[in-house]
Write a protein that binds this ligand. Structure first.
Ligand code: F1P
Length: 302
């Protein structure tokens, strides 16, 4: 978790290297209609990138879980994220795409230079420096997003931020988990909210707390919170908001007696690092091993 800023810098360097080495063909180009895919954490990172790219005006971008990918739709490019490079749904999808859409360029992002995905996709970015032993993904997931975000920055679609702004904020966030109110550490339920690309981060934050700490979590687009989820707000329950609070939302949470956590001005990727740290702290407090959740394996193969 602590080494993520270094990995994001490395990912940003990788993107420059990819471009310099003439592999620019692998990254989505402006105007292309792109689909991003993966499973679990990797699908959440796909959602974050899709919203970020589309909001940056780079073209229509969809995110689909690999198991539900609409192969009937024509995309100009597919990006598949898989830390292990072995996940069954991803490999099966790439096989189907190769058969039915042989002209669609596919870029895969993985951590393992020897994984089967290297044979299944024509272009592969190996982020081996971001690999990790834990079943629960942290560093690879954010580094894959950093790689794609750096691609948008390199194309001039976003201001530089992933290596510098986000990295510095994540470094500064190193002790932030300790500053949270005690009520947050012992809360029985967490709801994570985000807007645009931070909705994918909210989904990932909720999964981290579930996997690492075994707590009940939910995630919604921020404005959806008032359309039902607010009914479970109350003492001992936390709402964690990525980005600025939409008008009235903070009041809704406080009126219900819940605790609202925000980090205004902090890069959302650094805020996700805070949640990762918190998940470890809550797991330890509950006597759990945050690296080895029940019933979950590092590589999910059917
Ligand atoms: C994704 C995945 C996640 C799961 C856990 C292990 O695999 O299975 O769905 O939550 O973190 O990894 P991958 O395709 O990225 O290797």
């Amino acid at each position: 978790i602590a080494t993520q800023p270094e990995c994001w810098l490395r990912a940003a360097d990788d993107v420059r290297g990819v471009r310099a080495a003439g592999f620019a063909a692998a990254l989505p180009r402006p105007g292309e209609r792109v689909a991003v895919t993966g499973c679990g954490t990797s699908w959440f990172m796909a959602q974050a990138y899709a919203a970020l790219r589309e909001a940056a005006g780079q073209g229509e971008t969809d995110a689909h879980p690999a198991s539900e990918f609409p192969v009937g739709r024509g995309y100009d490019r597919v990006v598949a994220i898989t830390r292990s490079g072995t996940t069954t749904e991803v490999l099966e999808l790439l096989g189907v795409l190769r058969q039915r859409r042989p002209d669609t360029p596919v870029l895969a992002l993985t951590a393992d230079p020897a994984a089967p995905v290297l044979r299944a996709a024509p272009h592969v970015a190996v982020l081996d420096y971001a690999d990790e032993e834990s079943v629960v993904q942290t560093r690879f997931a954010t580094s894959a997003l950093a790689f794609l975000r750096a691609g948008l920055e390199a194309a001039g679609a976003l201001p530089p931020g992933v290596g510098t702004v986000a990295g510095a904020a994540a470094d500064a966030a190193a002790g932030l988990g300790d500053e949270l109110p005690q009520e947050a550490l012992t809360a029985g339920q967490w709801t994570f909210l985000g807007r645009g690309w931070t909705y994918g981060l909210a989904l990932e934050a909720a999964l981290k707390m579930r996997e690492a700490a075994g707590v009940w979590t939910e995630a919604y687009p921020a404005m959806e919170y008032r359309h039902g989820p607010v009914s479970i707000a109350g003492p001992g329950r936390v709402v964690w908001l990525f980005g600025a609070a939409p008008e009235g939302l903070a009041e809704d949470v406080r009126r219900a007696g819940g605790l609202l956590v925000t980090a205004p001005g902090v890069d959302p990727m650094a805020d996700l690092v805070r949640v990762q740290r918190l998940a470890v702290a809550v797991a330890v407090a509950r006597g759990l091993d945050p690296d080895r959740p029940r019933h979950l394996t590092r590589s999910v193969i059917l």
